[in-house]
Design a protein around this ligand. Structure first.
Ligand SMILES: [Fe+2]
Length: 441
């Protein structure tokens, strides 16, 4: 194992506690859904929710009990059913996956083995963190399924004691009026890209490296519903000159006229509620194609990944990168005071809700609310080494996947870092994804 991928020593106790907390939240997500709803295929893009539960158990058993602990798989018969590569999402509805009661029992049995191994002192901090984040990331995928299916959100988890109430009225009125079209300038010069050593990171965030970028301008806030609605109402989906050829063909083929989840009469779906569109909230459920068209229509473009990360973390005065846009506070619950993350609001919040979350460049909402599409295709950084398995990211390199940054309201706090790279095909809209525009200087 390359030394820079190792979790810091002593992380295991914290990780075991986090595994317990994460499991509680995972189970709470589906507690109010009936068995049929859990087992149903709600969208060809998504797995049945109960498949995600069994897959979480299978992944934990594979990495912690089998590979790290040397035990035989608890359910070798299910290995293929829960292998995400053997069975693409579109086919998962046909698999003999466990239904609710069996899936919950499987989760519990695997966890018992893992805790028994940890009690023996054989726990591997890095792999525990990997398994923990895998489960947390699947809960965001499950929330995508739930929003597509208009299913109810669970009761929100109690906010951390340090979190202020979300109160945009208390924020600067000028911030509340941002639309996402206001730009800040980031001067030419160096920046750092990727996750530094000494903490957990995925292989695709490493090696951490420095880059020189020309000056650029970038949105002070993510593009809001209000700005996107003006684009729709102004004929944005009927002007081929703003769309790439490929994007236009996709839009025509599927008759796309507005972001997914928006209705023709000015409402948007948030979980099981259809609410009047709030112009001050960041837009979500747009594809990369739509994000790119919006930017072009405004004489702008999407930022590259490196530009996005520089705008989120780079401090000009000290010429160093921050861990989070607002400072070097550790990841985790501290984020809740600075960003809309951790599945607490079940939707985006008005831009300016977290004025203390601003980056050194003055950008708001870089982390949380909505993932932001970047111009960059997903590939390895120079010197990339797959770890601990090729299927996490390397097999996706070199395709048409575009990188998304910053996490969303549905991203668990532990996972939401400016170095984290998400990716998907340019036509996908199930992600809680919007955009931030950029321009050359
Ligand atoms: Fe997975």
């Amino acid at each position: 194992m390359p030394s820079e991928t190792a979790a810091p020593p002593g992380a295991t106790g914290d990780v075991l506690e986090a595994l317990r907390d994460t499991r509680d939240r995972t189970l709470a997500l589906v507690a109010q859904l009936d068995d049929d709803t859990l087992a149903r295929v709600h969208s060809p893009l998504m797995s049945p929710l109960v498949w995600d539960l069994g897959h979480i158990a299978a992944f934990e058993d594979l990495w912690l009990a089998h590979r790290a602990g040397g035990l035989p798989l608890l359910r070798a018969d299910l290995a293929e059913v829960y292998d995400a590569f053997e069975t693409p999402r579109a086919q998962r509805g046909e698999l003999p996956y466990l239904r609710r009661a069996e899936a919950l029992a499987y989760l519990e049995q695997v966890r018992e083995r893992v805790l028994a191994l940890a009690a023996d002192g054989t726990a591997d901090g890095f792999l525990h963190e990997l398994v923990l984040r895998h489960e947390q990331q699947h809960t965001e995928t499950m929330l995508q399924t739930m929003e597509l299916a208009h299913l109810p959100a669970p009761a929100p988890a109690p906010a951390p004691a340090s979190a202020p109430a979300h109160d945009v009225a208390a924020a600067d009125g000028a911030l509340a009026a941002l639309t996402g079209l206001e730009l800040v300038e980031v001067p030419a010069g160096p920046c750092r890209v990727g996750a530094p050593a000494g903490r957990f990171a995925y292989d695709n965030e490493r090696p951490c490296h420095e880059l020189e970028l020309p000056a650029f301008r970038i949105g002070r806030a993510p593009v809001t519903n209000g700005a996107f609605h003006a684009f729709v109402a102004g004929g944005g989906y009927r002007r081929p000159e703003w769309w790439s050829r490929e994007a236009w063909a996709w839009k025509e083929q599927y008759d796309i006229e507005r972001p997914a989840g928006w209705t023709a009469d000015g409402c948007e779906w948030r979980m099981d509620r259809c609410e009047p569109l709030d112009p001050s909230k960041p837009v979500v459920h747009v594809s990369w194609f739509e994000a790119d068209a919006f930017a072009r229509a405004h004489g702008a473009r999407l930022p590259t990944e490196a530009e996005w990360e520089k705008a989120a973390t780079w401090e000009q005065e000290t010429q160093t990168a921050r861990r989070q846009p607002w400072g070097d506070a550790p990841d985790g619950d501290a984020i809740a005071t600075h960003a809309n993350v951790d599945q607490r609001s079940f939707g985006t919040l008005p831009v300016g809700t977290h004025p203390h979350g601003a980056s050194p460049a003055g950008c708001l909402g870089m982390v949380g609310d909505a993932w932001e599409w970047t111009a960059s295709r997903f590939d390895g950084y120079p010197g990339f080494a797959a770890h601990p398995y090729r299927e996490y990211s390397e097999v996706f390199f070199g395709g048409d996947h575009r990188v998304l940054r910053g996490g969303s309201w549905a991203t668990r706090a532990r996972v939401a870092t400016p170095a984290f790279r998400n990716w998907d095909h340019p036509q996908r809209r199930q992600i809680f994804a919007g955009l931030r525009i950029a321009k050359d200087v």
